[in-house]
Design a protein around this ligand. Structure first.
Ligand SMILES: *Cc1c(COP(=O)(O)O)cnc(C)c1O
Length: 389
């Protein structure tokens, strides 16, 4: 005898996992001994800088760090976040009310709808996109309304295409620039338009800024917090994951509107108990690093971007040159769907990319390559492509 285990509707109603087939194919290729060049993963291959690891080693030895942390983050951590925003973006934040620690930005994105979304409320979500925006919405009982990001619109949502009744029901809007997967960066005009919309329809903006520090050619992307009026309508979520090669550490923060931060804090006090203090202490050291640390990480990605972008262009492939993020968003050649081309690359060249439609239907016709392997491997990938295309 066993009980009947039935999944909740919110889990049963999750969209199918579109990468399952690709995962299976990768496994089969590896089993056959194929030397797979995996450029599908959005996880830095490089280690966390040594001075941060050293700081962690020291912090982990302190007994006071072995206790429950504060759920909103140590004051000294929140001060370090404020210093970081001041130094890099000239943005003033009050560590007392405008900053909260997160167990990675994914945690904040996943939880924030619980604080503000009622059943029946709409949350405006970009597509193609990081899936957590719409799934966090569904878990909170809300309805995602998908805003397509199209190349002809520079991968910005077209707010004028959203019906009035949807805007009236909209409670929150997620945005993400520099954007995963399209690699597009925001403009000041676009952010201003978003703030205007938010004010008109009373919408909370949650800007996911995971990639602001991974930029090329010295062109620093905007923080949403730099725009006049941003703090009146929303928050920015950020993390040390992509910035300092710290994806495994699980540490981030949300900053901005004090009421929104407090609402998110209410959820967090009741669900989690904050970030391990030793990680927060090491994160303070990371955030206070001098600019050479980030320059070095950016230079590595820039060499890879140049190698892959030039290589693809040389083969007549229509890649978009990213100004930020560690992704290349690339049109697949004529005659292929995203999935066809992904399978073709894996079968014929042992190269694994991510089919664009996996991020949402408007991603059909694209493939995403991640710059998370060495220049040598990227050059090898280009050589293999030369032989099969
Ligand atoms: C990687 C990523 C995140 C989440 O990173 P954390 O490790 O949870 O901070 C958030 N948004 C986007 C778009 C990402 O690609």
């Amino acid at each position: 005898m066993a009980i009947k285990v039935e999944l909740a509707h919110r889990v049963k109603s999750l969209p199918p996992y579109l990468f399952a087939r690709i995962d299976q194919m990768k496994e089969e290729a590896l089993k056959k001994g194929v030397d797979v060049i995996d450029i599908s993963i959005g996880d830095p291959d490089l280690p966390t800088p040594e001075h941060i690891v050293k700081a962690m080693q020291k912090a982990v030895e302190k007994p006071e760090n072995h206790k429950y942390p504060s759920y909103i983050g140590m004051y000294s951590y929140r001060e370090a976040v404020a210093r970081w925003y001041k130094r890099l973006y000239d943005v003033e934040l009050d560590p007392g009310t405008e900053i909260i620690s997160l167990i990675g930005s994914k945690e904040g994105i996943g939880h924030i709808p619980l604080a503000f979304v009622e059943p029946g409320d709409v949350v405006l979500c970009p597509t193609p996109a990081y899936p957590v925006y719409s799934i966090g919405t569904i878990f909170a009982g809300g309805s995602p309304y998908f805003m397509p990001l199209k190349e002809e619109n520079n991968f910005f949502p077209d707010f004028s295409a959203i019906p009035e009744d949807v805007l009236n029901k909209a409670k929150m809007m997620f945005l993400n620039y520099p954007n995963n997967p399209t690699s597009a960066s925001a403009t000041e005009e676009f952010f201003k338009e978003a703030i205007e919309l938010a004010n008109k329809y009373n919408i909370i903006i949650c800007h996911d800024a995971a990639y602001t520090e991974i930029f090329f050619d010295g062109k620093r992307p905007l923080s949403f917090m730099q725009i006049d009026g941003a703090k009146e309508v929303g928050v920015e979520l950020h993390s040390l994951s992509k910035t300092y090669n710290m994806t495994g550490w699980r540490v981030g923060y949300a900053v901005g509107n004090p009421e929104v931060i407090a609402g998110l804090g209410k959820i967090k006090t009741n669900i989690d108990s904050g970030v391990f203090q030793a990680i927060q202490e090491a994160s303070i050291v990371a955030l206070d690093s001098d600019d050479s640390v980030l320059d070095q990480i950016r230079n590595t990605y820039q060499q890879r971007r140049d190698a892959l972008y030039e290589g693809l262009k040389g083969l007549g492939i229509d890649a978009i040159k990213p100004e930020a993020t560690f992704y290349l968003w690339t049109r697949v050649p004529k005659g292929y769907t995203s999935e066809d081309f992904t399978i073709f690359l894996l079968d014929k060249a042992g190269i694994l990319g991510t089919p664009g439609n996996g991020f949402g239907e408007p991603g059909e016709g694209y493939i995403r390559f991640a710059l998370t392997v060495s220049v040598e491997r990227i050059k090898e990938a280009v050589e293999r492509l030369k032989k099969v295309l």
